[in-house]
Write a protein that binds this ligand. Structure first.
Ligand SMILES: CC(C)(COP(=O)(O)OP(=O)(O)OC[C@H]1O[C@@H](n2cnc3c(N)ncnc32)[C@H](O)[C@@H]1OP(=O)(O)O)[C@@H](O)C(=O)NCCC(=O)NCCS
Length: 193
């Protein structure tokens, strides 16, 4: 019985959203996702993002202001040292892995689902200057190859893979693989059914 209950709790835990976890719980699973190496720039970038979101829960502006100052200093340090920009306004899921560092730019209106991976040289951003708030939404378990660019208000489905150096301008269905410039679907779950 207790085993069943524990399993139920574990399932609930693994399905819960990032908002249901304490900052410590988030950092712990991010650290595990980054190979238990706190020196990895990707882990540090995600950790600073988590802190940036967490400090917004402090309602009093007076109490929040030193935390905000600390967040801004750490954000700039991560950006200037490792070349990783993930503003706290990004909707980051659980256990996001930032594999390697340098030239990683994520638009503040992006969503990145649980267990997704982004790598060096990846840009997730707006496509047109005159539509500055358009930003991609990545589902869960999306695997973004090195150097890939994903632009505009588009959706990348759960479990999709984006090839290295692809430039993605259209929606990618769940489970599909998109490669090239502009990116085309080379493998889709449907085509193999
Ligand atoms: C996209 C990717 C996941 C495809 O894996 P896959 O599903 O096994 O697909 P395949 O290798 O069978 O390739 C399918 C087709 O796409 C082509 N292709 C694969 N990756 C490509 C890429 N990045 N750019 C352009 N074409 C690519 C292949 O040549 C193949 O074309 P063909 O059918 O004409 O021969 C993989 O090639 C990739 O780019 N991974 C990113 C890895 C990465 O960033 N590593 C960095 C480590 S630090």
């Amino acid at each position: 019985m207790s085993v069943q209950l524990n399993q139920k709790n574990q399932n609930n835990y693994s399905q819960s959203s990032v908002k249901d976890l304490s900052l410590w719980e988030q950092l712990k699973e991010d650290w595990i996702a980054h190979g238990r190496d706190w020196t990895k720039p990707g882990f540090r970038a995600v950790a600073v993002h988590r802190f940036g979101v967490w400090r917004m829960k402090v309602k009093s502006k007076l109490l929040r202001s030193p935390l905000s100052l600390l967040y801004k200093m750490m954000y700039r340090k991560i950006r200037n040292t490792y070349g990783i920009e993930i503003p706290y306004t990004v909707q980051l899921g659980r256990r996001i892995v930032v594999e390697h560092q340098s030239a990683i730019v994520v638009h503040g209106h992006c969503t990145i689902g649980d267990d997704s991976i982004i790598r060096q040289g990846v840009t997730l951003g707006n496509r047109y200057l005159e539509r500055p708030f358009d930003a991609p939404k990545l589902g869960k378990r999306v695997n973004v190859g090195a150097g890939a660019k994903i632009f505009g208000d588009i959706s990348i489905g759960d479990g999709a893979s984006i090839g290295a150096n692809a430039v993605v301008l259209k929606d990618v269905p769940p489970g599909a693989t998109a490669v090239g410039i502009p990116a085309n679907i080379v493998y889709s779950v449907k085509s193999h059914q």
